[in-house]
Ligand binder design. Structure first.
Ligand SMILES: Nc1ncnc2c1ncn2[C@@H]1O[C@H](COP(=O)(O)OP(=O)(O)O)[C@@H](O)[C@H]1O
Ligand SMILES: [Mg+2]
Length: 315
């Protein structure tokens, strides 16, 4: 595979990586994170440019959520640096970080709505907490956000009264409340049926276009990844294998068997992951590791290699 396609967004979206050398809106430099002596992120480099949708992929336990949590400042890397909007975030105090947090929205796996509040009240919450806007303006803002996610007529329902897909939409409306420049999503379609999941994917693409936000989406769902990504980053056991355009990944996915043998080991590994093939380097690596390693993990960047099953079904 040539890496010529590594030059960024080629879908003509504003501010993509190809747009004339603009500084990245998010920048990870050599990010290392260890938990209990185990390296979970082994020196990650990743730049995300304004207006693009970056999808972070990888098997279960590869470090996707940990990387996302480092980016949003909910955990601090042990080494390396993260810049948001051009400013380093690792040394910030909690109150300084709170100021940065107002400029991005997060959609957690569960939607994380307050069950005792209506959908509209949930969406209004960040506006009440972080702005001095009056009631009327807040109500208008809430209506706009609910309209954006297609939930305006459900404003007065409680979370228990709406479906899983609608809860995700409501969570998204709340993430949008403060007009963020960046949206972070962790497994946005987890737990949804395929049709609802496709609707959420379409909504992510729609919002990116309409609002011009930058999106970072963690997912292990290949269909989602290929629907929403401008560029895709592939993590494996805490290592960033490659960051490329969606088109590059698509070409790799479609590389026929006879040509696949000429690919590098990493490319073969990514190809197996993208295709969900039962045979390939992921499976071989698993078969080659000892039982103890498989159970406990090795010493440094050690996770049992994900089985093809788990890469497809677990986040
Ligand atoms: N707070 C934590 N304490 C200890 N280990 C953690 C913690 N968070 C994540 N890990 C470990 O880090 C590895 C990567 O986890 P995670 O980033 O959640 O993976 P992914 O989102 O790709 O499935 C896993 O082995 C996980 O058990
Ligand atoms: Mg995760």
């Amino acid at each position: 595979m040539s890496t010529a396609a590594n030059s960024g967004s080629e879908r003509g979206r504003p501010g993509g990586a190809a747009s004339g050398g603009a500084a990245p809106i998010i920048s990870c430099h050599n990010v290392v994170k260890r938990f209990d002596g185990k390296t979970v992120l082994a020196g990650i480099n990743l730049d995300v440019y304004a207006g693009e949708t970056m999808v972070i992929m990888g098997g279960s336990g590869s470090g996707k959520s940990t990387l996302l949590r480092c980016m949003i400042g909910s955990i601090t890397p042990d080494e390396g640096e993260i810049l948001l909007f051009g400013k380093g975030t690792c040394g910030l105090s909690e109150s300084e970080m709170d100021e940065v947090r107002k400029r991005f929205g997060i959609l957690f796996q569960s939607g994380a709505l307050f069950n005792s509040m209506t959908i509209a009240e949930n969406v209004a919450l960040p506006l009440e907490e972080h702005t001095d806007l009056g009631r009327e303006i807040i109500d208008i803002q809430v209506k706009i956000k609910l309209e954006l996610v297609g939930l305006r007529e459900h404003a007065d329902k409680f979370p228990a009264q709406i479906s899983g897909g609608m809860k995700k939409r409501a969570g998204l409306a709340r993430a949008l409340a403060l007009d963020p420049r960046i949206l972070f999503y962790d497994e946005p379609s987890a737990g949804l049926d395929p049709v609802t999941s496709a609707e959420i994917d379409r909504l992510i693409v729609d919002l990116t276009r309409k609002l011009g936000v930058t999106s970072v989406v963690v997912t292990h769902e290949m269909d989602s990844a290929f629907t929403i990504a401008d560029r895709m980053a592939m993590l494996d056991k805490g290592r960033m294998l490659t960051v490329q355009t969606r088109e590059w990944y698509d070409a790799l996915r479609k590389t026929p068997e006879d040509k696949a043998r000429a690919l590098s080991t990493d490319e073969q590994l990514i190809r197996q992951f993208l295709r969900g093939d039962a045979e390939g380097p992921i499976t071989q690596r698993r078969a080659g590791s000892s039982y103890a390693e498989d159970l406990l993990g090795g010493e440094s960047v050690a996770r049992p290699a994900p089985s093809v099953e788990s890469t497809r079904s677990i986040g």
